[in-house]
Design a protein around this ligand. Structure first.
Ligand code: HMG
Ligand code: MG
Length: 299
């Protein structure tokens, strides 16, 4: 029996996309292989976007080519348009993801089009991916707040989710891009969505800017959500959301979920080793409290 909950590891994409300094291809590949080795089965390994917009992801093709793939692991990539999908297919990504927002301003800054235009642009991407039997995930940013517009609108969210699911995406990852959501706000939004969509159509993607991510995950779990995005060592931020910090750290989510006995397949020590190695390579502080505590106790 596999674990009843899933972690979608986004560190190699959401985490690394925001790093300013160059990162060696070898370090990226080692990171992804370490994550798979620790038992993660869904790893966002790169992003086929404009290298002028997000230079750090410019070598995603090379990352996919150099990766030694582990059986049973889904290696996925962001694909905002057909050009991105073609690149993802050329390196046989196992799954692709489209991404939009519930804020017009964020959508413009992030992918240079309106929300409606993004949905139009995704239609052929989703169709072509499905013809090739590639599962398509969809991200919706700014669900609990936008860096430019503040509070966002639940009706827009419902309509965007409806559109993406009926277009053929199998799941919506609800992004708290700037980490402002609180547990009551998360509960309120999820309850509205769950009137119309099922728990297995929704995942949550919490950045931890305000330190609310773990409690928000716990609240989502209580409402039946079983799919959680996280980033090893809390790597990341968002290039189009100033001040946003990384996603909730995978090690911290795993520690919480192990408390519930829900992720027996994952090796927390191996995750901590992998997170520590990439932090050393990036000369960056480890954003996982669990990793910091475990590493300190070993000294
Ligand atoms: P555009 O400029 O409107 O597109 O960008 P375009 O079709 O006019 O193309 C312009 C240039 O980009 C052309 O090159 C294209 O070839 C190239 P030029 O002729 O000027 O040399 N181009 C591409 N190159 C490589 N791969 C592609 C591609 N498409 C066009 N796929 C575009 C539109 C979406 C491409 C651009 O805005 C872009 O790349 N944006 C980056 C968005 C991004 O990666 N954001 C970060 C990820 S989203 C996120 O972090 C949020 C999330 O984590 C959830 C959350 O936390 O909320 C998912
Ligand atoms: Mg994100």
């Amino acid at each position: 029996m596999s674990d009843p909950v899933d972690i979608i590891e986004v560190g190699p994409r959401d985490g690394l996309q925001n790093e300013n300094r160059p990162i060696a291809l070898e370090a990226k590949v080692r990171l992804i292989e370490g994550l798979a080795g620790a038992g993660l089965r869904h790893i966002e390994a790169g992003s086929f976007v404009s290298p002028r917009w997000v230079p750090q992801m410019a070598d995603s093709t090379e990352v996919f080519r150099h990766l030694r793939r582990k059986a049973g692991v889904r290696y996925t990539a962001l694909t905002p348009n057909l050009k991105g999908l073609e690149q993802a297919m050329s390196v046989t990504a196992d799954e692709v993801a489209v991404f939009t927002a519930v804020s017009e301003t964020f959508c413009q800054r992030n992918i240079n089009c309106s929300i409606d235009e993004s949905l139009e642009r995704f239609a052929p991407v989703i169709q072509k991916a499905r013809e090739a039997r590639l599962p398509v995930r969809a991200y919706v940013s700014c669900v609990w707040g936008c860096p430019y517009e503040g509070k966002t609108d639940i009706d827009t969210l419902l309509s965007v989710c409806r559109h993406l699911l009926s277009a053929g995406c199998y799941e919506i990852s609800l992004g708290d891009t700037i980490g402002v959501g609180t547990a009551p706000a998360v509960e309120h939004t999820l309850k509205q969505l769950l009137r119309e969509f099922s728990t297995n159509e929704l995942a949550v993607h919490f950045h931890d800017t305000y330190g609310q991510a773990l409690v928000n995950i716990d609240r989502s779990l209580n409402l039946g959500i079983t799919r959680f995005d996280s980033s090893i060592a809390g790597l990341g931020g968002c290039p189009y959301a100033q001040g946003a910090s990384g996603n909730v750290a995978t090690e911290d989510v795993v520690y919480l979920l192990k408390g519930y006995g829900l992720v027996e397949d994952l090796d927390l020590d191996a995750l901590i080793e992998t997170g520590n190695a990439i932090c050393q390579a990036l000369e960056r502080e480890n954003g996982s409290k669990v990793a910091r505590a475990v590493l300190a106790s070993r000294r």
